[in-house]
Design a protein around this ligand. Sequence first.
Ligand code: URA
Length: 212
Amino acid sequence: MRVHVADHPLIAHKLTYLRDRRTDTPTFRRLADELVTLLAYEATREVRVRPFEIETPVAPTTGIHLASPKPLVVPILRAGLGMLDGMMRMVPTAEVGFVGMVRNEETLEAHTYANRLPDDLEARQCYVLDPMLATGGTLSAAVRFLVDRGADDITAITLLSAPEGIERLQADLSDVDAPVTVVTGAIDERLNDQGYIVPGLGDAGDRLYGVI
Ligand code: URA
């Protein structure tokens, strides 16, 4: 598994506002959206393309279009929804599938409560959106879900990650043949006893949707 920390001053600047407890929900949502477009730029560096012939006003030339099957963007409900618009702005012709996962606050394990995905993900590049890679349970289950359906290249985009979550993903997915990449805005210090990332930004879903 590859891990790419998108180390850029604009990303760090936006993350600082997201982390700040004084940032209100509308501002948080807007900044998360902007941050995802920057992360999407890094995450789609290897998106598959095919040659495409066009004519400019001056001469014929060969450009590129996205290859088929189109990339599949999978926000993990609920907090991943806050990343969907930013991602789709960068890849508007991608398709979208949904996975609903919630973690049990006692065991911290992920449980799937909904899914709306194509049955066959053969040869699909998938981009999984989840703002917080904390224990890694949710992302590990989501990646496994996609690989079991045939996805052959998976990139998880997270705003923040914990070292514990990255270690768990690496261990859980060591038997997965498909390439898996994590693109994240930062790797923080650790998880606390409640499974929150420290220093983190709190509960991403609550901060996006204002339920505190
Ligand atoms: N989920 C969140 O929303 N925040 C954390 O810090 C960890 C998991």
